[in-house]
Design a protein around this ligand. Structure first.
Ligand SMILES: CC(C)(COP(=O)(O)OP(=O)(O)OC[C@H]1O[C@@H](n2cnc3c(N)ncnc32)[C@H](O)[C@@H]1OP(=O)(O)O)[C@@H](O)C(=O)NCCC(=O)NCCS
Length: 150
């Protein structure tokens, strides 16, 4: 594969099947309902600014994606904080720098919109994903999530 042939663009509603397909490949479990909810929110409401990015291979097929949210806010004012909710690279395309490029494209796009901080949540036990985020300049936040089982 020619890594330079990978192109990055904003995600569209039509990318739904490709995103669900990659997610089920990386997680080995399908969760279309989660993405139906996310796509509904991001592409059908006017409350969120487009921020999610996909990586396309030479043939225009989606090889990876990063999804995030930037809430437009009251009076259409962009917020200074955004979230990175999900990232996934097709296993056939991993370890080629696509994940890192997805993050940098996402970050550069958010910077142009005035965002100053990106939050994401990672499973404490997923050391590979924590390592990936650490390599891409994410560090532990000063706030921690608390929970109580009921
Ligand atoms: C985490 C994930 C997005 C990384 O994607 P990726 O495209 O493989 O990421 P990169 O290629 O940028 O980096 C991965 C490794 O490849 C290495 N690499 C980058 N370019 C390379 C190249 N040309 N040749 C060899 N290795 C390379 C990187 O240095 C990195 O190595 P490291 O782990 O030792 O730091 C991918 O593994 C994934 O989809 N995992 C599942 C994520 C998940 O669980 N998502 C759901 C919850 S958010």
């Amino acid at each position: 594969m020619n890594e330079n042939a990978i192109k990055f663009r904003l995600m569209k509603a039509d990318d739904f099947d490709a995103v669900v397909g990659i997610d089920s490949k990386v997680l080995k479990a399908s969760r279309p309902e989660y993405y139906e909810m996310k796509f509904e929110k991001l592409f059908k409401s006017n409350d969120y600014v487009p921020t999610s990015i996909v990586a396309e291979n030479e043939e225009g097929a989606v090889a990876g994606f990063v999804m995030g949210e930037l809430y437009l806010g009251e009076y259409g004012i962009f917020q200074e904080e955004a979230t990175l909710d999900t990232i996934g690279v097709d296993p056939d395309y991993q370890n080629k720098g696509i994940g890192a490029k997805l993050i940098s494209e996402f970050v550069e796009h958010l910077k142009t919109l005035g965002v100053r901080k990106i939050y994401t949540l990672v499973d404490w036990n997923d050391s590979a994903l924590i390592h990936f985020f650490s390599e891409n300049q994410f560090s532990p936040s000063k706030t921690i999530n608390l929970e109580r089982s009921l």
